[in-house]
Design a protein around this ligand. Structure first.
Ligand SMILES: Cc1ncc(COP(=O)(O)OP(=O)(O)O)c(N)n1
Ligand SMILES: Cc1nc(C(=O)O)sc1CCOP(=O)(O)O
Ligand SMILES: [Mg+2]
Length: 280
């Protein structure tokens, strides 16, 4: 199952690229990485700060909320209590990503509400079976990994590889987000293998060029690729030499829509869309 858009009241949210924060990275650098990822089209940002206290996580969430500014869903790893407290403090918290040993997803759904985004880690058929028997609408996606060995999660489960992911994801009852050692090298292959999207920590947060890394992964998963052709016709007021003076008709061909069918920045204004040429 590979639907990429979660249509909740806090959203809609795009699952194709999820940035998960890296607690090894200093805050200014982390803020830049988050901003770059959201600029590149990440639809979800997850605070993962396992060594931080609840109060520290609340401070971090306030920083992330300011950086994200409503452009992506901000969710919290493990800590439903922190997510609720952050909401209570007025922060835009879309939901949580829960692990198998965290509070039950049904509790999170009940306390966060119908509009929330709730993900659950699942890396075996037994986990899938447990997800399948939850009340409909409890979960939005499953986090499936690790794809490759990664230093970000010591003691991680056995690496699936892209082929292992494909074989497992074929049985998933919900959209799967692939995680663990994912980079631009295989993000596209994972989507082709059935992933709704990918979740990434170090390849973006620890990159020398987080914006470049985020754009490369966003491209690989199909975010922002312009497709379709539109014809633009309009009247321009020319400024310049006498020969150019006076209104003239402009008719050009341009690209109007994004790969997911959403309008490009020029849609609704065919001339500027045409002039822009490619909308992304
Ligand atoms: C998208 C996504 N998938 C899986 C995980 C792993 O979560 P969890 O099992 O809670 O393990 P920790 O991240 O807490 O070590 C995730 N965080 N995000
Ligand atoms: C947080 C996490 N969860 C995983 C899982 O398989 O459940 S793998 C992982 C770490 C992902 O970090 P990186 O992108 O740096 O490899
Ligand atoms: Mg967790």
């Amino acid at each position: 199952m590979s639907a990429t858009i979660v249509d909740r009241a806090t959203g809609p949210w795009d699952l194709r690229l999820q940035l998960v924060t890296d607690e090894r990275v200093e805050r200014p650098r982390l803020r830049r990485a988050v901003d770059a990822a959201v600029d590149a089209g990440a639809g979800v940002v997850q605070l993962r700060a396992k060594g931080a206290s609840a109060r520290e996580q609340l401070d971090l969430l306030a920083e992330l909320d300011a950086v994200i500014a409503g452009r992506a869903a901000l969710i919290v790893d493990d800590r439903l209590d922190v997510a609720l407290a952050a909401r209570d403090a007025g922060l835009r918290i879309a939901g949580v990503h829960l692990g198998q040993s965290d509070v039950p997803p049904t509790t999170a759904r009940r306390l966060l509400g119908e509009g929330a985004l709730v993900g659950w880690t699942a890396n075996t058929l037994e986990h899938f079976a447990a997800a399948a028997v939850l009340p409909a609408g409890t979960l939005d996606y499953l986090g499936v990994g690790v794809i490759h060995p990664t230093a970000t999660k010591p003691g991680h489960p056995p690496a699936l590889g892209v082929d292992g992911f494909r074989a497992l994801a074929a049985h998933a009852p919900l959209p799967c987000v692939a995680i663990g050692g994912v980079t631009e090298v295989d993000a596209g292959e994972l989507v082709a293998a059935g992933a709704a999207g990918v979740a990434v920590v170090s390849r973006i947060c620890a990159a020398d060029d987080p914006a470049g890394a985020a754009r490369a992964i966003a491209d690989a998963v199909g975010i922002g690729v312009g497709v379709g052709v539109g014809v633009g016709v309009g009247i321009e007021a020319a400024v310049g030499t006498a020969a150019e003076a006076g209104p003239r008709i402009a008719a050009q061909v341009g690209i109007l829509a994004r790969a997911d069918g959403s309008p490009g920045t020029g849609a609704g204004d065919p001339v500027s869309a045409a002039n822009e040429g490619i909308v992304r």
